[in-house]
Design a protein around this ligand. Structure first.
Ligand code: PHE
Length: 474
């Protein structure tokens, strides 16, 4: 969620007025963390870890998150702050200065944001479905029986329902953004996020007390490196970039709102740490249930939705926990979707001065609504469209997150070095009061210039080999 969206994006105001700044520090941190934490941590990460064999993958993920994820996150924030503009405008400036076209980087990342917004809305619709089921359950006399029967099957068999839920989610985002009630929503968010933290902690302790938890801990913390394969690096990289909202210009826009006195690398470290911890907590919360109560495979994208309600049915006041959990998760998803929507609107308004915010927003919403049709009907209308034995929605997820996002981040790194000079970015990174930042600046630049491109390209090549191996060399 971007602060002061109306102020910052109004067309006629001066540059200074256009870029608002955060009001108070805690809200500011919660918003920054809120923009990273969402369905990526709670819904996607557990089944990606399950798919990739557990502990060894987790180690690769943590390593990539703390090196590449963190470095790119800081770079995006600094790029937004220094240029005081969103990505499309920055790529335009760089293209004009270098007499070369760097536009495609900006366009690619906005295209990815658009498709991810559509995909994310469909998954948010799933959350909305479980939320309403728990709500309806509270008013029924056969409450426990009713809640015991909720499952993903209803959604899997009903593309129209998925589309309708995604549309409701998206229209609520549009309403919040266009009605200028973002500030009120921010307030709700800063109250909901700590509540969500407490809730997750309570569920975690209950989940870890299940008999399967020693097995889960072994699976996660005794890494078996033989489980890594050609796709592991690419999958870990893709997820790191997705969960930290990188490669889409979200943090560039975010960075453009910051006050001068905020030390962005410190913020980056905190956001990355919290995001990584939340992802690990999500796995620890879901796996014991999956191992002992539900018989869902760990690799299934519906893992969260199938496993958690099973636990809620077993605990006292579980129906209220269920309701509160899905409500908080939906608010977090709403926040992430609003961040994407605002990035898209802000880019269009920054780039095309004549575009008015209202029409830009409607254009984005309508195109996104159209795009949601593909993931929403993936299991019904489009169920015969299969590639490499995977459904449309699985392919969409993989192409976007494991391939396009890393490519977009490569572009982002190039734009970063082209749009800011060395003195500027070093000055923004180094904090006079902290000696460590003076030492770390070299490592940061090394990761951006060498490690990130190397590992991103290696991950892409290895995944490509795996596709060739699976399709031709069977
Ligand atoms: N980082 C968010 C999550 O993990 C997803 C997201 C991506 C949000 C891009 C905004 C922009 O859920």
């Amino acid at each position: 969620m971007m602060p002061d969206a109306n102020v910052s994006m109004s067309q006629s105001s001066t540059h200074k007025r256009r870029r608002g700044s955060f009001r108070n520090r805690i809200a500011f941190y919660l918003l920054a963390i809120g923009s990273a934490c969402g369905l990526g941590n709670i819904w996607r990460f557990p089944y990606v870890v399950g798919e990739n064999g557990g502990g060894a993958f987790l180690l690769v993920y943590i390593f990539l998150s703390l090196t590449i994820g963190l470095s790119v996150l800081i770079a995006e924030l600094i790029m937004g702050r220094t240029n005081e503009a969103s990505l499309l405008k920055i790529t335009r400036k760089v293209s004009v200065q270098n007499k070369k076209s760097f536009f495609w980087f900006g366009r690619l990342s906005l295209f990815i944001s658009l498709v991810i917004l559509a995909y994310y809305s469909v998954i948010s619709g799933w959350v909305l479905h479980f939320l309403t089921q728990f709500l309806v359950g509270l008013f029924r006399s056969d409450r426990m029986h009713y809640l015991g029967n909720i499952s993903m099957n209803v959604l899997n068999e009903n593309g129209l329902l998925q589309f309708a839920l995604a549309s409701v989610h998206l229209l609520i985002c549009g309403f919040i953004v266009l009605r200028g009630v973002t500030e009120r929503f921010e307030k709700i968010l800063t109250a909901v996020l700590p509540l969500f933290g407490i809730l997750v902690f309570l569920i975690l302790t209950r989940s870890l007390s299940l008999p399967s938890s020693p097995e889960v801990l072994r699976f996660l913390f005794y890494p078996d490196f033989s489980k890594l394969n050609l796709t592991s690096l690419g999958h870990a990289m893709g997820h790191v970039l997705f969960t930290l909202s990188l490669g889409m210009g979200v943090l560039v826009t975010f960075g453009s709102y910051f006050k001068e006195d905020e030390h962005l690398p410190t913020l980056g470290v905190r956001v990355t740490l919290v995001d990584t911890i939340i992802s690990i907590v999500a796995v620890l919360m879901i796996f014991p249930i999956a191992f002992s109560i539900s018989n869902k495979p760990l690799t299934d994208p519906s893992l969260l939705f199938e496993a958690l309600p099973q636990l809620f049915l077993k605990i006292e006041y579980g129906e209220y926990f269920g309701l509160a959990f899905f409500l908080c998760l939906w608010v977090a998803a709403l926040n992430a979707s609003i961040a994407l929507l605002e990035t898209l609107i802000s880019n269009l308004s920054d780039r095309f001065q004549q575009a008015n915010r209202f029409s830009a927003a409607w254009l984005v919403i309508l195109v996104t609504l159209f795009l949601t049709v593909f993931p929403a009907f993936s299991g019904t209308l489009f169920k015969n469209i299969k590639l490499l034995n995977q459904s449309l929605i699985e392919n969409l997820d993989s192409v976007l997150i494991n391939y396009l996002l890393p490519i977009s981040v490569l572009g982002m790194i190039i734009i970063f070095f082209k749009s800011i000079n060395e003195i500027d970015y070093k000055e923004k990174f180094v904090n006079e009061s902290s000696e460590s930042s003076q030492m770390l600046v070299k490592n940061w630049i090394w990761v951006l210039k060498w490690l990130a491109p190397f590992l991103i390209i290696l991950g892409l090549i290895l995944q490509f080999f795996s596709v060739i191996k699976n399709s031709f060399l069977k």
